[in-house]
Design a binder for this molecule. Sequence first.
Ligand SMILES: Cc1cc2nc3c(=O)[nH]c(=O)nc-3n(C[C@H](O)[C@H](O)[C@H](O)COP(=O)(O)OP(=O)(O)OC[C@H]3O[C@@H](n4cnc5c(N)ncnc54)[C@H](O)[C@@H]3O)c2cc1C
Length: 465
Amino acid sequence: MRHDAHGYWIEEAGLEGTPSLPALTEDTVADVLVVGGGYTGLWAAWWIKQEDPDARVVLVEADRCGFGPSGRNGGFVNSMGFSLPTLRRNFGDRAAIEMVHAGDDSVDAIGRWCDEQGVDAWFTRAGYLQASTAPFFDHAWDPVAEACAELGEGGRIEVLDHEGIRARCDSPLFRSAAFYPVAATVQPARLAAGLRERIVEAGVDVHEHTRVDALAERDGGVVATTPGGTVRARSAVLAAGGSLLRFRPLRRSLTVTSSHMVITEPVPDLLEQLGWTGGECITDSRHMVHYFRTTRDGRIAFGWGGGKIVRGANVHGRAEIDPQLTEAVRADLLRFFPGLEGREITHAWGGPIDVSPTHLPVVRSVGERSFAGFGYTGHGVGPSQMVGRALASLALDRRDSFTRLPIVDPPPVSVPPEPFRFAGGAIIRRAIIRKEMAEEQGRRPGPITRIVSGIPELLGIHVGR
Ligand SMILES: Cc1cc2nc3c(=O)[nH]c(=O)nc-3n(C[C@H](O)[C@H](O)[C@H](O)COP(=O)(O)OP(=O)(O)OC[C@H]3O[C@@H](n4cnc5c(N)ncnc54)[C@H](O)[C@@H]3O)c2cc1C
C-alpha cells in the first residue's frame, strides 16, 4: 500500500512529476491577488476572468495547485440540502431555501463547466445516500425531511427502507437511508488540474511554490509578501483553506481537523454482488462521518472524518499521514464491506479539514480590500464554485446575487483561542467519537462522554451538518 500525502487521485491524474508553474521571483502588481490554488482560489480566478477579461489576476500557491485537500478529497459534489435545518436556524426560512438552491446550482455549474471546457473530471450525477448503520441513526434525517416538507422542498430527499437501500448497496450494516438526488462525484485531482489549466489559458498569472508569508492593507489596496517578491493588488481573495488560521483576523474563525482515506484495487465483481453499480456516493449518519464512493474502474474509495484536530496553523504532518488512523479506516472499510477481505488496499492518504463554528461555508470581508472563503467542514467540492464566484464579484467591487448570499459576511461566531481550541477540541472530539461508537453498538454513552460531547452546542458551536 502506498501511504503518502498525495494519495490516489493525484497519481491517477498523472500529475506527479509534471512541471510546476514558476515561483514568483520579483515584485509584481495585479488588480486581484488570489492566495491559494485549491478549488476556492481556482474558481475565484476563473470567475474574475469571466467577469472582467482585462483584469490582471495573480494567483500564488504555496505548493502546487490542487495538491492540497482539493486534489485528494472524497470527490462528493454535494448541494446543501442536508444542511437545511442548520441554514434555517442561522438565516431563516427564505434565506435557507435560497442557499440550498444556490448549492444545487453550484453542483450543476461544475458539471456544465466540465462539459463546456472539455475537462474529464469523471463528473457523475448519481445522488447521495445517507445510511443508518444502527437503530440510533434510523431517524437521523428526520429533521431534514421535516424541513423539506415544511418549506415545499420535498423533492430533495427520499427515505429508503431496508430493501430500498440494500437494493442500491448491499452492505450488511445498512438498515435504511435517505437519498438526496442533487449530488455527484468527481475525480477531485482531475477537476483541480482542469481548473488550473483553464485559468492559465484565460491569462491568470499563476505562481506555484510561492507562499504568502504576510498580507497587509496599504494605500487602498493589499501588499502580500512572499519569499521571492511582493504582490501589490487592488484587492485580495484569501483561499488558503485551513492555513487561513495564519492570518490574524481569521484566527478565531475556524478550527482545523483532518480526514483520512483509503482506496481498494479494482473490485468490479464485488460491486456487482453488492448491487452498487449506480455511482451513488454514500455516508453513514455519524457526525464523524464514514464516506465512500466507487470509481470508474470499480474501486471503492473510503474515508473517515474523525481525524485529529490540528494545533494552530500547523496543518502539515499528521493531517496527511497517520498510520494508526489509517488502520482504523481500513478496519471500518471491512466492517462495511466484508467481501473485501483478501482484496488489496492500494493507497492511503489524508488531509486537513477547515471547520467553521456553524459548519457552513463562510465568505468573510477581512479589512477593506481582502475577502476570504473557508469553513466548508468537509463539504467544499460543490459549494466552492459558488463561493469562488462570490469572492470574484467582491474582489471586483461588484454586488450581485452571489455576494448577497446569506453565507457572505454572516454574523461572526468565534472558536476559542489557542491553546483551548486545540486541547479542548481534541477532548471534545474524542468524546464525540466515544459517544457515536456507543450509539452504534446500542449502548448508552457514559455521563462524562455525554456532557463533554455536548459542550460545543453550549458554546454556540454547531456540530453536524
Ligand atoms: C481526505 C479528505 C476528504 C474530503 N472529502 C470531501 C468530499 O468528498 N466532498 C467535499 O465536498 N469535500 C471533501 N473534503 C473537503 C474539500 O476537499 C475542501 O472543502 C475543499 O477542497 C476546500 O478547497 P479550498 O480551495 O478552500 O482549500 P484547499 O484545497 O485547502 O486549498 C488551499 C490551498 O492554499 C494553499 N495555501 C495555503 N497557505 C498558503 C499561503 N500562505 N500562500 C499561498 N498558498 C497557500 C494550499 O497549499 C492549498 O493548495 C475532503 C477533504 C479531505 C482532506
